[in-house]
Write a protein that binds this ligand. Structure first.
Ligand code: GLC
Length: 421
């Protein structure tokens, strides 16, 4: 089957809709029918972007469902269970308030919601022109919640409390920060217990513990969303609010430059704990500011590309972009039953970074990456991730956001919009 048709068929197979026992309607794409049955925040953002090209009404429904899972104060959960409560074996691993039929987690995930909303609004312009402005209030509340609760030191960078709040659950960059409390270790249950005991009060957790991270990827997503929100507000005629959010987008990009850029290594590194020490491990998150386009100086983006992304010893692999630099001692390209994001290539990472290559006029390299992933997908289907050397499909099957490969291969209409509005 042609890639585009196969991608649509996969999204269709993963589509779930219904009404909860409390009468709340939902509609979303589950990441993988067997392994991941719930709604995940950043997965849904990527699913909506993939749906937008073929069935924008599905994309709109998916993003509206995400907001419906949130609270009036602007919090939007990492995972929402809707009609499928977690099974007893996995339930303890979710960051829920209690174990008794929780509807959602108390944790967040990489905040791409407004970014996805803008893309879906653009694709909906003809058939649903009102979509662009219909959630400006909740989207602003969401951005404000993140800054109020997750940036209490006002340095322009929001913090994550759990490693999986970035979506990069077991990345080796979290090993030195979380130690025995890391996502793949039994101590993770202790980390969750501690957060529960502190009532998921972000400020108390940030002030009283050292296992938290100002994460580069999460802040790139935050800046992308702030920039998208600014453009949505401007289009709706609210110039003053648009200016404020555009400034906040640039402030986050500047904070990444001031606090996370390592001039010597030519990479962006997370800052961890109360001392905000730099975590000097090269993962694809270190390259993620590429996606911010002109909000980051071109010379810096070029260094990311020339010294890392296109270096065959580091990230220039045959299939996709490895999630960890190939010259890192922790790099593992193959399957690990208990750990993700420690080497294999993921389609969403390539999708974000290829836009950054396009913006630098390096679209032919973007084409090469897209073609490698398309070859892996046509051989092995839409898998959770791929072996960067052999292209073998690994992890969950029928994986939703891997359908973005169709967008990468055929539909690249220039870079994803960067942060500045
Ligand atoms: C895995 C991934 C995470 C994703 C989730 C659902 O846990 O690490 O990023 O959101 O699966 O697909």
């Amino acid at each position: 089957m042609e890639l585009e048709a196969a991608a649509t068929a996969q999204l269709e197979a993963n589509w779930r809709e219904g009404v909860t026992r409390a009468g709340v309607p939902y509609a979303f794409t589950c990441p993988s029918a067997r392994r991941y049955r719930h709604q995940w925040l950043w997965d849904s953002c990527f699913h909506a972007i993939a749906w937008a090209r073929v069935r924008p009404e599905r994309a709109r429904a998916e993003l509206r469902t995400l907001l419906r899972a949130g609270r009036p104060d602007g919090f939007v959960p990492h995972t929402t269970f809707w009609d499928a409560p977690p099974r007893w074996r996995r339930a303890p691993l979710y960051a829920t308030p209690t174990f008794r039929r929780p509807l959602a987690t108390c944790s967040i995930q990489t905040p791409l919601l407004a970014f996805a909303w803008e893309r879906v609004a653009l694709a909906s312009a003809a058939e649903a022109p009102g979509f662009a402005a219909e959630a400006l209030g909740p989207l602003q509340a969401h951005a404000d919640w993140l800054e109020r609760e997750r940036d209490p030191d006002h340095d322009g960078l929001i913090a994550i409390l759990l490693p999986d709040e970035s979506g990069l659950d077991d990345s080796p960059k979290y090993d030195p920060v979380y130690g025995a409390l890391a996502h793949h270790r039994p101590g993770y249950l202790r980390l969750l217990r501690r957060c529960r005991a502190l009532g998921w009060d972000s400020r108390a957790i940030l002030a009283g513990t050292d296992e938290h991270v100002e994460d580069v990827l999460v802040n790139v997503a935050h800046a992308l969303s702030l920039g998208a929100l600014a453009r949505l507000l401007r289009r709706a005629g609210d110039a003053a609010a648009a200016r404020r959010y555009a400034q906040r987008a640039q402030r986050t990009a500047d904070a990444l430059m001031d606090r996370c850029w390592d001039e010597r290594r030519g990479l962006f590194f997370d800052r961890a704990g109360r001392r905000e020490w730099p975590v000097e491990i090269s993962t694809w998150s270190s390259l993620a500011p590429l996606a911010l386009g002109a909000a980051i100086p071109a010379a810096i983006r070029l260094r990311l590309v020339e010294e890392h992304l296109l270096d065959p010893r580091r990230y220039r692999a045959r299939y996709g972009i490895p999630s960890v630099a190939m010259d890192e001692p922790s790099f593992r390209p193959g399957f690990d039953r208990f750990r993700t994001w420690r080497g294999p290539s993921w389609v969403n990472a390539a999708w974000l970074l290829v836009g950054g290559l396009d913006a630098l006029g390096l679209g032919t390299e973007g084409d090469r990456i897209a073609a490698g992933l398309a070859a892996a997908v046509s051989r092995h289907g839409f898998r959770e991730y791929y072996h960067p050397h052999t292209g073998a499909g690994i992890g969950a099957a029928g994986f939703g956001w891997s359908t973005l490969v169709a967008d990468l291969a055929a539909g690249r209409q220039g870079p994803p919009p960067g942060a500045p509005a």
